[in-house]
Design a protein around this ligand. Structure first.
Ligand code: ADP
Length: 618
C-alpha cells in the first residue's frame, strides 16, 4: 500500500473504550472540548517556536503564531486551526491513535462500567483531544509537520478505527475539523465561541481569532496572564488559568503571584490545588511547573525546579535571565535555576505560614497534601526547620491537629521528649496499650499513620532541643512524671521468676521479657528495641514486597500492677498448673499481637485457649 492510498487503522483498545464513553454519554459540561483543542493548538505553536531556536532553517515556513476558530453554519463544522509544529504520519498514529497522556490512562483504570459514573470521571481526568467526540459525529485532522513536505488527513467517526491519507499542499500546522452533532450546533454561534474563549482560554498567549466569512476578530486578551498587574486580574481569571495549566477541575487553594526583582528577575504564578491530583505518587510524574523565558514556553518538565515535598504546586515561572535556547543540561547546571528555586520555596513557605493561622482553612491543605509535605522532614533540604513548623499531627489527647510548637506547649512538667506512636490508622493507635502510661499522665503522643512517618522520624529526630522518641523507647522517662491519679493495684516486686518462665514458654518467638511502667490497663504488650525497625515499618515493608534483612527483636513487656500478672507470678512461684500458665501466657501474647496490628500465628489455637478460659470462668 502506498502512502497515497487511504489507510485504515484500528484504535488501540483503550482509545475505543474512552471514545465509547465520550460519544455515548451526555456530558453536561461538553464545552470543555474547546479548551482542550485550543490548549493543544497553543502547545503546538510553543513547540514550533522552540524548534525554531534550534533549527532556524524552519523559519521560512513559520508565520506569526495564532489559533483560528472557523464556524461554518452551512457545513455544520467548527474548525480549530493552528500554525504550530504539525504532525507527520507517525505522530498521527502515535498521538491520536493511542492513549499517550497519563490522564487518559488513569481515566481508563478508574472506569466502573457505569457510563454515567464514568462520564463524570472525565471531569476529573480530562481526555484531551478525544473530548472533540463529545460534540462531533466525526473529526477530520489536516496537518503538515514543520520541516516535512507531506501533509496528512486523519479522519475518524470515533468507533474503533481512523483513516489516514496524504493531503494535498497543506500549510504547516494543524486544522481540526469537527462535524458537529445535531445537538451541538450551539458551537457554530459566534457569541457562544466568544464567551467560551473568554472563559477558558483568555490567558493563552497567542491571539485566538474568530473567523466569520472574511471577517477576522481577535477574541482573547492574548497577553500572558502572569505578565498582567495583579490588580487587573479577577479571581475567576486566576481560577481559569489554574485549571488550564494544571489540567484541573477544582479551585486553587492558594494562588501566589509575584514578581521578584534583584539578583535574578522572574515572575511566578503558582497554585496549590484544593484536591490532590490522582498521580501525586507516580514516580515518573512531570512537575506541574511550566518554565517560560521572556514569555516563550521552554518546558513543563524541568528537573528539580521544585523540591519533592512541594510537588503538588503547579503554575508558571517566567524569567529573562536565561537565554531562549537554553538546553536541558544547562537548566540543570545554571545557578539561575537554583536561585529561582530558593526564591519560590521561600515565598511558598511564607504564604503557607500565613494561611496556617486559620486552622480550619489550613486543615483543608493538610488533609490533601500533608502526606507529601511531611517528606520535607526527610528530604535533605536547608529549610527543614521551616517545614517542621508547618507540619500538623494528630495526637492522643485532643482531636485537633497540632503543630510541634503546640505540642511543646502541651508538655507536662518534667517531660523531656516529644513522643510518638506509629501504626496503620488512628482508631487502632488510640487503643494501643503502649499509650496507657502516657494517657494516665496526660502526656500527649503524636499519632502517626502515614508510611512516610516511619522515615522522617529517623532523620528529623529533634525539635527545638526536644528529642522525638517512640513511646516504645520511653525507657524510664515515665517515672519522672506523676500519673494524674494514683495507679491502682500493688506493684509486683519480684518478677524475675515470671519473666524467665514467660521467655521459656514463648521460646524463640521473642527475644526478651521486661517489666514496664507504660501499661496501666493491659497486662502485656510487644515492642521492638530502640535503633531497630518498628513492627509497623516491618509490616509496611512486607506489604510492599520488600525483603527484610534483619527482623527486629521482639520484646514482651508486662504490667507489674495487673491482677493477671500477679496471679501468674503466684502460680509460677508455687509451680501450680504449668499447662494453664502456659496457655494463659500464649493468650496474652496473642492479644498483644492483635493490639499491635500483627497477625497471630495460630488463630485456631488462640480461639481454643480463649474458649477454655471463658468456659472455666462461667
Ligand atoms: P495531551 O495534549 O495532554 O498530550 P491530547 O490527547 O490532547 O493529550 O493530545 C495528544 C497528542 O496529540 C498531543 O500530545 C500532541 O502530540 C498531539 N496533538 C494534538 N493536537 C495537536 C495539534 N493541534 N498540533 C500538533 N500536535 C497535536
Amino acid at each position: 500500500m502506498t502512502d497515497k492510498e487511504e489507510q485504515k487503522i484500528e484504535f488501540k483498545a483503550e482509545v475505543s473504550k474512552v471514545l465509547d464513553i465520550v460519544i455515548h454519554s451526555l456530558y453536561s459540561n461538553n464545552e470543555i472540548f474547546l479548551r482542550e483543542l485550543i490548549s493543544n493548538a497553543s502547545d503546538a505553536c510553543d513547540k514550533l517556536r522552540y524548534a525554531l531556536l534550534i533549527h532556524p532553517d524552519l523559519s521560512k515556513e513559520a508565520s506569526a503564531f495564532k489559533i483560528t476558530l472557523t464556524p461554518d453554519a452551512k457545513a455544520d463544522t467548527l474548525t480549530v486551526t493552528d500554525n504550530g509544529i504539525g504532525m507527520d504520519k507517525d505522530d498521527l498514529i502515535n498521538h491520536l491513535g493511542t492513549i499517550a497522556r497519563s490522564g487518559s490512562a488513569e481515566f481508563i483504570k478508574s472506569l466502573t462500567g457505569d457510563k454515567q459514573k464514568d462520564m463524570a470521571l472525565i471531569g476529573q481526568f480530562g481526555v484531551g483531544f478525544y473530548a472533540a467526540f463529545m460534540v462531533a459525529d466525526s473529526v477530520t485532522v489536516k496537518t503538515r509537520k514543520a520541516g516535512t513536505d507531506t501533509g496528512y488527513v486523519w479522519t475518524s467517526a470515533g468507533a474503533d478505527s481512523f483513516t489516514i491519507t496524504e493531503g494535498e499542499k497543506l500549510p504547516v500546522g494543524t486544522s481540526v475539523i469537527l462535524h458537529l452533532k445535531p445537538e451541538a450546533k450551539e458551537y457554530l454561534e459566534p457569541i457562544r465561541l466568544r464567551h467560551l474563549v473568554r472563559q477558558y482560554s483568555d490567558h493563552i498567549a497567542l491571539p485566538i481569532i474568530l473567523k466569520e466569512g472574511n471577517k477576522e476578530e481577535t477574541i482573547n486578551s492574548a497577553s500572558a496572564l502572569w505578565t498582567r498587574k495583579k490588580t487587573d486580574i479577577t479571581p475567576e481569571q486566576y481560577k481559569d488559568f489554574y485549571q488550564s495549566v494544571s489540567h484541573a477541575f477544582d479551585d486553587p487553594w492558594l494562588t501566589l503571584h509575584y514578581k521578584a526583582e534583584g539578583v535574578i528577575d522572574y515572575t511566578a504564578l503558582l497554585f496549590v490545588p484544593t484536591k490532590p491530583p490522582f498521580n501525586l505518587f507516580q514516580p515518573d510524574r512531570k512537575s506541574g511547573i511550566q518554565l517560560y523565558v521572556n514569555k516563550v514556553f521552554i518546558s513543563d518538565d524541568i528537573p528539580d525546579l521544585m523540591p519533592f515535598y512541594l510537588r503538588f504546586v503547579t503554575g508558571v515561572i517566567d524569567t529573562n535571565d536565561l537565554p531562549l535556547n537554553v538546553s536541558r543540561e544547562m537548566l540543570q547546571k545554571t545557578p539561575v535555576m537554583s536561585k529561582i528555586k530558593k526564591g519560590i520555596v521561600k515565598h511558598l513557605l511564607t504564604e503557607l505560614k500565613k494561611r496556617a493561622e486559620d486552622k480550619a482553612d489550613y486543615q483543608k491543605f493538610w488533609d490533601s497534601f500533608g502526606i507529601v509535605f511531611k517528606e520535607g522532614l526527610y528530604e535533605p533540604i536547608d529549610e527543614r526547620d521551616e517545614v517542621a513548623e508547618l507540619c500538623r499531627f494528630h495526637i492522643s489527647t485532643t482531636d485537633e491537629l497540632i503543630s510541634f510548637a503546640d505540642y511543646v506547649g502541651l508538655m507536662k512538667q518534667n517531660q523531656e521528649n516529644i513522643y510518638y506512636l506509629s501504626g496503620a490508622d488512628l482508631a487502632t493507635l488510640k487503643t494501643n496499650p503502649q499509650l496507657e502510661g502516657f494517657s494516665a499522665r496526660g502526656i500527649p503522643v503524636l499519632l502517626l499513620t502515614d508510611p512516610i512517618d516511619e522515615f522522617w522520624v529517623q532523620t528529623f529526630t529533634e525539635y527545638k532541643g526536644k528529642k522525638i522518641v517512640s513511646v516504645m523507647h520511653a525507657k524510664n522517662d515515665l517515672e519522672k512524671i506523676k500519673p494524674e491519679s494514683e495507679p491502682t493495684g500493688d506493684k509486683l516486686e519480684k518478677a524475675d521468676e515470671l519473666t524467665k518462665r514467660i521467655k521459656e514458654i514463648l521460646g524463640d518467638k521473642i527475644n526478651a521479657v521486661q517489666v514496664t511502667d507504660r501499661l496501666t490497663k493491659s497486662p502485656m504488650a510487644l515492642i521492638t528495641p530502640e535503633g531497630q525497625m518498628s513492627l509497623h515499618l516491618e509490616r509496611l515493608m512486607k506489604a510492599n514486597g520488600q525483603q527484610i534483612a534483619y527482623a527486629s527483636d521482639r520484646i514482651v513487656e508486662i504490667n507489674p500492677r495487673h491482677p493477671l500478672i500477679h496471679k501468674l507470678a503466684e502460680m509460677v512461684s508455687r509451680k501450680e498448673s504449668p499447662d494453664k500458665v502456659a496457655d494463659a501466657v500464649w493468650v496474652l501474647y496473642d492479644q498483644a499481637l492483635i493490639a499491635e496490628g500483627e497477625n497471630i500465628a495460630d488463630p485456631a489455637a488462640f480461639a481454643e485457649r480463649l474458649g477454655n478460659f471463658v468456659l472455666s470462668g462461667l
